[in-house]
Design a protein around this ligand. Structure first.
Ligand SMILES: [Zn+2]
Ligand SMILES: [Zn+2]
Length: 262
């Protein structure tokens, strides 16, 4: 069994909760520590009961509340060395709370298998996570500029998929950003567009390994996307011959309900 909730997802803050009922983890910590505690409370989880925080990369929207949360709730943090070296916000996390992983080397936290893999993104050593327990798996794949065969291999048998649908091409062109930022977002080290996510859904859902039960549109930009467009992309990509998963959109404003894979 795996239970999970998207506590926040978007260009401004990202944080997911994943647990097997015994080990309780956060993936990224982009809200304030106070907000994370409140949103955990909303799904019936005490902040003090969080065992560990997995950090995908050092961008502010993924680490903002980590230092305070870790000190306040005496939580362990798991990241790779280049991420810690680059992350100013994590510099004061007590050394005894930090555990390093080597990118690509899976490890166990309790009964949860933590798999992680490199993604193309403009950070020191960014990773995405696939967390499994028995035959249930959740993959959290945001902050990447392009899909890779490594990514497909890691996420193809996921039961829950939190997938980046960052921007709509046309809305990004019109968005009030400088040209350089638009180029960065669109680049191979930037963020997945709705069209890229649609293609990923198409490829995943046409594979025999596919067993997606829940697909969550994630890291949706407030300026160059809408929940409707992001969800439509995931739905349109889905192979109609397969029974359809539940499609949901993550939000920065509120936590999702607690969901369970059995
Ligand atoms: Zn991000
Ligand atoms: Zn990022």
């Amino acid at each position: 069994m795996i239970e999970f909730a998207v506590l926040a997802s978007g260009s401004k803050a990202n944080c997911c909760y994943v647990s097997d009922g015994t080990t309780r983890l956060l993936v990224d910590c982009g809200l304030s520590a106070k907000q994370i505690a409140l949103r955990l409370e909303s799904i019936g989880v005490e902040a003090d009961s969080i065992d560990g925080i997995l950090i995908s990369h050092e961008h502010e929207d993924h680490v903002r509340g980590a230092r305070v949360f870790i000190k306040r709730h005496n939580t362990k943090m798991y990241c790779n060395r280049p991420t810690l070296a680059r992350a100013k916000q994590l510099a004061e996390v007590p050394r005894e709370n930090i555990n390093f992983f080597d990118t690509g080397m899976p490890f166990l936290l309790g009964a949860l298998q933590i798999d992680h893999f490199s993604v193309d993104h403009d950070a020191a050593d960014p990773v995405a996570f696939s967390i499994s327990m028995g035959d249930k798996k959740i993959s959290i794949v945001t902050d990447l500029g392009q899909a890779t065969s490594l990514m497909y291999a890691k996420i193809k048998d996921s039961n829950a998929l939190v997938l980046e649908t960052n921007h709509d091409h046309d809305l990004l062109v019109e968005a009030p950003y400088p040209w350089e930022l638009k180029q960065r977002i669109k680049s191979r080290k930037g963020h997945l567009s709705n069209d890229s996510a649609k293609e990923i859904m198409r490829r995943l859902s046409s594979s025999e390994d596919c067993r997606v039960e829940v697909a969550i549109a994630a890291h949706i930009s407030e300026n160059s996307n809408t929940e409707e467009l992001a969800l439509a992309a995931l739905r349109e990509g889905w192979d109609a011959k397969k029974s359809s998963p539940q499609f949901l959109a993550g939000s920065v404003k509120y936590a999702s309900e607690l969901m369970c894979l059995r």
